[in-house]
Design a protein around this ligand. Structure first.
Ligand SMILES: [Zn+2]
Ligand SMILES: [Zn+2]
Length: 264
């Protein structure tokens, strides 16, 4: 069984928690150490001392803000791709060399009782990735900060029973927002972020492969509205005649813990 949730999610900072019988891990640490400490304490009665490692998707500050502090304060191993390590070199000086662990993308490895598969994602970062995490017969996936979902990513996400998927922006809202043109162009580019439509399109395909629990993550504060992200998925599923009672769809709150999922 895997227990998982989002602790914080959005452009203001991301961190996700996954627990198995013998292992506690974080994916990303993009909010302050204090915030992560408080949420782990209040929701799980855990300290960062109880965390076994942090796995990093990419170098952007909303995913790495407190890596340096947490790893040095709690002597925690941090796992990231070589490209990500190079990109955060100057911001991770306090992390002991022993705790700087490198993984190869698209190659699975074992961590305690988990198997972890980092897969490449298209994003304007050095060597970004999503993660599939396996425990016995359970598979969960996390895919955030990606410009599009092609067949290769879709294949990586197939047969997961729980998916945390970016649903970053609503095109109509982004179009009218006060963001500068260049930034809008970056967000909607192939190496930018995933729109509500693109997320719903992927979900409508993945529900046919066993996906039941879905948490939409990394919603933009300025360019999205949680109700619209939610409705876009529901309407897409309805348009394909998929029985929506079969799925449990939620939106990760920006500054709070999400629903806690037990995945068997
Ligand atoms: Zn991000
Ligand atoms: Zn990013």
């Amino acid at each position: 069984m895997l227990k998982c949730c989002s602790l914080y999610s959005g452009s203001s900072g991301n961190s996700f928690f996954i627990q198995s019988e013998h292992t506690n891990i974080l994916i990303d640490a993009g909010v302050s150490c204090k915030k992560i400490e408080n949420t782990l304490k209040n929701s799980f009665n855990l300290s960062l001392d109880n965390i076994d490692a942090i796995f990093v998707t990419h170098e952007h500050i909303d995913h790495t803000k407190s890596l340096n502090l947490i790893s040095s304060k709690y002597n925690l191993p941090v796992y990231a791709s070589c490209g990500t390590w190079n990109a955060i070199k100057s911001k991770t000086e306090k992390i002991s060399p022993n705790n700087k662990k490198i993984f190869d993308l698209n190659k699975s490895f074992v961590f305690n009782d988990l198997r972890i598969f980092p897969f490449s994602t298209p994003h304007d970062a050095a060597e970004p990735c999503g993660f599939n995490i396996y425990k016995d017969n359970s598979k969960i996936s996390i895919a955030t900060d990606l410009g599009y979902i092609d067949d290769s990513i879709l294949n990586n996400l197939k047969n997961s029973s729980f998916l945390m998927l970016e649903s970053n922006y609503e095109p109509g809202i982004l179009k009218l927002s006060s963001y500068p043109y260049q930034l809008k162009k970056r967000i909607t580019s192939q190496n930018g972020h995933l729109s509500n439509n693109a997320a719903s399109e992927a979900i409508s395909k993945l529900v046919k492969h066993g996906l039941k629990d879905i948490l939409l993550i990394h919603l933009s504060k300025e360019n999205n509205i949680p109700e619209i992200a939610y409705e876009t998925v529901i309407q897409k599923l309805q348009s394909t005649k998929y029985p929506i009672n079969n799925i449990n769809l939620n939106i990760a709150p920006r500054d709070n813990i999400s629903q806690i999922y037990n995945i068997y």
